[in-house]
Design a protein around this ligand. Sequence first.
Ligand SMILES: [Zn+2]
Length: 232
Amino acid sequence: MSRIESEALVVRTVEFGEADLIVTLVTEQVGKLSAIARGARKGSRRLAGSLEPVHTVAVMLEDKGGDLATLKEARVVRARTGLTGRLDALESAGIALRWARHAFPPRTPEPQGWRILAELLDVLDGGDAPPRRELARAGLAMLAALGYALDLEQCVVCGRPCAPTKAACVDPVRGGLVCRSCGGASTVLLPELRQAARVLAAGQGADVTDEQAATLLQLVDRAMAAHAGFER
Ligand SMILES: [Zn+2]
């Protein structure tokens, strides 16, 4: 039996039995894993009130390497109460946590993915930036961190580069641009938005309108769904 101590985000809770919860966590140290939280619904003092999403919690787990670890202790170390008070921020946080729940591989540390997720929640908590744009940026960066980066420079089928000044068809399920000779795709990115997407994927800032952010979010969500095998 090993003991795991880490910061974590709660990405899912499911009621179990009379008093327990099954909690899915994305942890900084060991990546995604599920654990049973005994007594969590009966007000266990070791877990009290800490199993809400969006707050960073410090967890202590006992792990026998099976499907479920045991969550022994959890306490909030970074409360994001600014986020929980705003519906648009909360909605964006929910989408990001859903991506993480599905796309992070089990029991594999993903330090970069962890950082992107935690930083997004901090930005949403601060309330200074448009939530959908920040979500689009985090989503593009998270895809890259997990090894699913969209290729926005060349056709993923034939490898032909696409000049930065040209509009391009993107198929997120196939992983990026698909040129017209290779069949194209239904989503077309104009040069300006394609450039913005590349900048955002690199973790930098780019101005996009709400409508452009929505287009990028669609791409990210479809790519996540394709890689992680969830229904959109
Ligand atoms: Zn091609």
